[in-house]
Design a protein around this ligand. Sequence first.
Ligand SMILES: [Zn+2]
Length: 196
Amino acid sequence: MDESQVFDHFRESGALLEGHFELSSGLHSNRYFQCALVLSEPKRAQALAQAFAGQVPVEVDAVVGPAMGAVVWAQEVGRALDRRALFTERKDGVMCLRRGFTFEPGERVLLVEDVLTTGGSAREVIEVLEREGAKVVACGALLNRSGKNPFEDLGLPLVELVRTEVQVWEPSDCPLCAKGDPAVKPGSRTAAEAGS
Ligand SMILES: [Zn+2]
Protein backbone atom coordinates (compact mmCIF):
# COMPACT_ATOMS: atom_id res chain seq x y z
CA MET A 1 0.00 0.00 0.00
CA ASP A 2 1.52 3.31 -1.02
CA GLU A 3 0.97 6.64 0.68
CA SER A 4 -1.73 7.77 -1.74
CA GLN A 5 -3.75 4.62 -1.00
CA VAL A 6 -3.42 5.31 2.73
CA PHE A 7 -4.70 8.85 2.13
CA ASP A 8 -7.60 7.43 0.09
CA HIS A 9 -8.66 5.36 3.10
CA PHE A 10 -8.48 8.49 5.25
CA ARG A 11 -10.42 10.66 2.80
CA GLU A 12 -13.09 8.08 2.03
CA SER A 13 -13.81 7.55 5.73
CA GLY A 14 -13.86 11.27 6.51
CA ALA A 15 -10.69 10.92 8.60
CA LEU A 16 -8.83 13.53 6.56
CA LEU A 17 -10.54 16.87 6.41
CA GLU A 18 -9.27 19.69 4.21
CA GLY A 19 -10.41 23.23 4.87
CA HIS A 20 -9.71 25.69 7.68
CA PHE A 21 -9.52 24.31 11.19
CA GLU A 22 -8.95 25.54 14.70
CA LEU A 23 -7.06 22.76 16.49
CA SER A 24 -7.37 22.03 20.20
CA SER A 25 -3.99 23.80 20.62
CA GLY A 26 -5.62 27.00 19.33
CA LEU A 27 -3.47 26.92 16.17
CA HIS A 28 -5.06 26.95 12.73
CA SER A 29 -4.44 24.38 9.99
CA ASN A 30 -5.65 23.52 6.50
CA ARG A 31 -5.83 19.79 7.29
CA TYR A 32 -7.17 17.71 10.09
CA PHE A 33 -6.74 13.98 10.68
CA GLN A 34 -9.12 11.99 12.84
CA CYS A 35 -7.66 8.47 12.91
CA ALA A 36 -10.59 7.14 14.94
CA LEU A 37 -12.80 7.56 11.87
CA VAL A 38 -10.66 5.47 9.52
CA LEU A 39 -10.21 2.85 12.27
CA SER A 40 -13.97 2.78 12.87
CA GLU A 41 -14.32 0.88 9.59
CA PRO A 42 -12.96 -2.60 10.31
CA LYS A 43 -12.02 -3.47 6.72
CA ARG A 44 -10.02 -0.28 6.31
CA ALA A 45 -8.41 -0.75 9.72
CA GLN A 46 -7.48 -4.30 8.78
CA ALA A 47 -6.00 -3.29 5.41
CA LEU A 48 -3.94 -0.52 7.01
CA ALA A 49 -2.74 -2.81 9.79
CA GLN A 50 -1.68 -5.51 7.34
CA ALA A 51 0.33 -2.99 5.33
CA PHE A 52 1.87 -1.69 8.54
CA ALA A 53 2.65 -5.17 9.92
CA GLY A 54 4.50 -6.01 6.72
CA GLN A 55 7.01 -3.25 7.49
CA VAL A 56 7.88 -4.27 11.05
CA PRO A 57 11.63 -4.97 10.80
CA VAL A 58 12.09 -7.09 13.94
CA GLU A 59 10.46 -10.04 15.69
CA VAL A 60 8.01 -8.96 18.36
CA ASP A 61 6.02 -10.86 20.98
CA ALA A 62 3.38 -8.23 21.73
CA VAL A 63 1.95 -4.95 20.49
CA VAL A 64 1.17 -2.16 22.96
CA GLY A 65 -0.46 1.23 22.44
CA PRO A 66 -1.49 4.01 24.82
CA ALA A 67 -5.24 4.49 25.40
CA MET A 68 -7.49 5.82 24.07
CA GLY A 69 -6.22 6.66 20.61
CA ALA A 70 -4.05 3.61 19.99
CA VAL A 71 -6.22 0.86 21.51
CA VAL A 72 -7.97 -0.09 18.27
CA TRP A 73 -4.81 0.36 16.22
CA ALA A 74 -2.77 -1.87 18.56
CA GLN A 75 -5.50 -4.50 18.35
CA GLU A 76 -5.51 -4.46 14.55
CA VAL A 77 -1.71 -4.58 14.32
CA GLY A 78 -1.67 -7.41 16.87
CA ARG A 79 -4.17 -9.31 14.76
CA ALA A 80 -2.12 -8.74 11.57
CA LEU A 81 1.03 -9.98 13.32
CA ASP A 82 -0.81 -12.69 15.29
CA ARG A 83 0.59 -11.31 18.53
CA ARG A 84 -0.92 -10.15 21.82
CA ALA A 85 -2.35 -6.63 21.76
CA LEU A 86 -2.38 -4.64 25.01
CA PHE A 87 -2.74 -1.04 26.07
CA THR A 88 -1.50 1.30 28.73
CA GLU A 89 -3.67 4.04 30.15
CA ARG A 90 -3.54 7.08 32.37
CA LYS A 91 -4.75 6.87 35.95
CA ASP A 92 -4.71 10.20 37.80
CA GLY A 93 -2.59 11.52 34.94
CA VAL A 94 0.08 8.81 35.27
CA MET A 95 0.68 6.28 32.47
CA CYS A 96 0.32 2.72 33.76
CA LEU A 97 -0.44 -0.89 32.90
CA ARG A 98 -3.69 -2.21 34.37
CA ARG A 99 -6.42 -4.80 33.73
CA GLY A 100 -4.25 -7.80 34.54
CA PHE A 101 -1.82 -7.18 31.66
CA THR A 102 1.65 -8.58 32.45
CA PHE A 103 4.82 -9.40 30.51
CA GLU A 104 7.29 -12.25 30.57
CA PRO A 105 10.77 -10.95 31.40
CA GLY A 106 12.35 -9.65 28.20
CA GLU A 107 9.16 -9.90 26.17
CA ARG A 108 9.73 -7.97 22.94
CA VAL A 109 7.22 -5.19 22.37
CA LEU A 110 6.21 -3.14 19.35
CA LEU A 111 4.89 0.16 20.68
CA VAL A 112 2.30 1.78 18.42
CA GLU A 113 0.55 5.13 18.30
CA ASP A 114 -2.23 6.10 15.93
CA VAL A 115 -0.88 9.63 15.47
CA LEU A 116 2.69 10.40 16.45
CA THR A 117 3.33 14.05 17.19
CA THR A 118 6.20 14.52 19.64
CA GLY A 119 6.48 10.96 20.92
CA GLY A 120 6.03 12.22 24.49
CA SER A 121 3.38 9.73 25.59
CA ALA A 122 5.20 6.91 23.80
CA ARG A 123 8.24 7.64 25.98
CA GLU A 124 6.07 7.35 29.06
CA VAL A 125 4.82 3.99 27.77
CA ILE A 126 8.40 2.81 27.21
CA GLU A 127 9.21 3.61 30.86
CA VAL A 128 6.15 1.71 32.07
CA LEU A 129 6.91 -1.34 29.92
CA GLU A 130 10.56 -1.51 30.93
CA ARG A 131 9.56 -1.29 34.58
CA GLU A 132 7.24 -4.25 33.91
CA GLY A 133 10.10 -6.29 32.45
CA ALA A 134 9.26 -5.93 28.75
CA LYS A 135 11.69 -4.66 26.14
CA VAL A 136 10.49 -2.19 23.52
CA VAL A 137 12.23 -3.18 20.26
CA ALA A 138 10.41 -0.95 17.75
CA CYS A 139 7.90 1.89 17.58
CA GLY A 140 5.30 2.66 14.98
CA ALA A 141 2.52 4.99 13.96
CA LEU A 142 -0.30 4.98 11.48
CA LEU A 143 0.40 8.65 10.91
CA ASN A 144 3.72 10.27 11.79
CA ARG A 145 3.32 14.02 12.09
CA SER A 146 6.70 14.62 13.70
CA GLY A 147 8.57 14.65 10.37
CA LYS A 148 11.28 12.36 11.80
CA ASN A 149 11.87 9.30 13.98
CA PRO A 150 11.52 10.78 17.49
CA PHE A 151 12.98 7.57 18.99
CA GLU A 152 16.26 7.64 17.11
CA ASP A 153 18.17 8.56 20.28
CA LEU A 154 16.81 5.35 21.87
CA GLY A 155 18.05 3.29 18.92
CA LEU A 156 14.50 2.19 18.08
CA PRO A 157 13.35 1.70 14.48
CA LEU A 158 10.13 3.47 13.51
CA VAL A 159 7.45 1.99 11.27
CA GLU A 160 5.05 4.51 9.74
CA LEU A 161 2.38 4.28 7.09
CA VAL A 162 2.36 7.99 6.38
CA ARG A 163 4.75 10.76 7.27
CA THR A 164 3.19 14.15 6.95
CA GLU A 165 3.97 17.53 8.39
CA VAL A 166 0.70 19.32 8.94
CA GLN A 167 1.03 23.05 8.43
CA VAL A 168 -0.16 25.08 11.39
CA TRP A 169 -0.32 28.80 12.00
CA GLU A 170 -1.04 31.17 14.84
CA PRO A 171 -4.46 32.68 14.08
CA SER A 172 -2.77 36.07 13.60
CA ASP A 173 -0.52 34.61 10.85
CA CYS A 174 -3.11 32.28 9.29
CA PRO A 175 -3.40 32.79 5.51
CA LEU A 176 -6.90 31.29 5.56
CA CYS A 177 -8.07 33.79 8.19
CA ALA A 178 -6.48 36.50 6.04
CA LYS A 179 -8.79 35.44 3.20
CA GLY A 180 -11.74 35.89 5.53
CA ASP A 181 -12.73 32.20 5.77
CA PRO A 182 -14.04 31.24 9.20
CA ALA A 183 -12.12 28.46 11.01
CA VAL A 184 -14.13 25.47 12.23
CA LYS A 185 -13.37 23.22 15.18
CA PRO A 186 -12.90 19.61 14.00
CA GLY A 187 -15.47 17.27 15.45
CA SER A 188 -18.15 19.95 15.31
CA ARG A 189 -21.09 19.46 13.01
CA THR A 190 -19.66 22.02 10.59
CA ALA A 191 -16.37 20.14 10.30
CA ALA A 192 -18.17 16.86 9.72
CA GLU A 193 -20.16 18.45 6.91
CA ALA A 194 -17.00 19.93 5.43
CA GLY A 195 -15.58 16.43 5.21
CA SER A 196 -18.57 14.84 3.57
ZN1 LIG B 1 -7.13 30.61 10.37
